[in-house]
Ligand binder design. Sequence first.
Ligand SMILES: C[S@@+](CC[C@H](N)C(=O)[O-])C[C@H]1O[C@@H](n2cnc3c(N)ncnc32)[C@H](O)[C@@H]1O
Length: 247
Amino acid sequence: MQRRPEDSADLLIDLLADQRSFYRARAPEYDQWWQRRGRYDHGPEDTAEWDRQIQLVIDAVDTFGPLGDVLELAGGTGWWSQHLAETARSLTVVDSSREALRINQERVDRPDVIYIVADIFGWRPNRRYDTVFFSFWLSHVPRRLFEKFWALVGSCLKPGGQAFLIDNRRDPTRTTQDPYVIDEADDVQRRRLSDGSEHRVVKVFYEPGQLADRLRRLGWIADLAGTPRFIYGSAAPGLPAQQSENR
Ligand SMILES: C[S@@+](CC[C@H](N)C(=O)[O-])C[C@H]1O[C@@H](n2cnc3c(N)ncnc32)[C@H](O)[C@@H]1O
């Protein structure tokens, strides 16, 4: 029987390296996906529906209010960084793709934004933040690293700080699949870039309620919602068990 990357540390290391190299190679074409251009253009109705759902997510981010010192994990080419930079007192963006961060820097065009090229699974913060934001990233965290990842998020937050996440949601009503996905099994997608190169990435889809339950078991209080294509919302570390019992 074939071993799944989730079952073996070596296979998982290879898969995560492949995921990093996929996004380095994809950096110049990433924005086509976000802007529904080229091979991601499924017609005006699909684009209008995409824009409508994205606007709901933007409204939720604005209501949340990413203020104070903000850390963005896996910030990529900066679609959300530019938004965060408008309200944050300071913005730090971490990503393993130098190529994506270069595009991010051009887009945000703010000399005060701090960029860190690093692998999130090995990175440790040297300070704390009011907000930790990550979009279209949690679905790339393997299930067996979920707990470790949230421990990292917790270690990045100041007391009273909160995380905000946005991600894809599996929409069973959609008939058009993103054209770069060649196949998918066991939380791994094989994807093809426009130059024909093939890569594997982790892709774990969550439902808002299911993710909130999982986070609750780790001691987080999450307030998550969804549109057909996206899930989004905030999560805050709960009080340690003893403290909450004494309340
Ligand atoms: C789907 S993109 C999301 C980018 C951005 N947050 C957005 O919403 O447009 C995922 C990002 O994760 C980054 N990434 C992949 N593996 C990483 C790792 N191990 N450490 C840090 N960043 C990683 C990629 O370079 C890419 O920019």
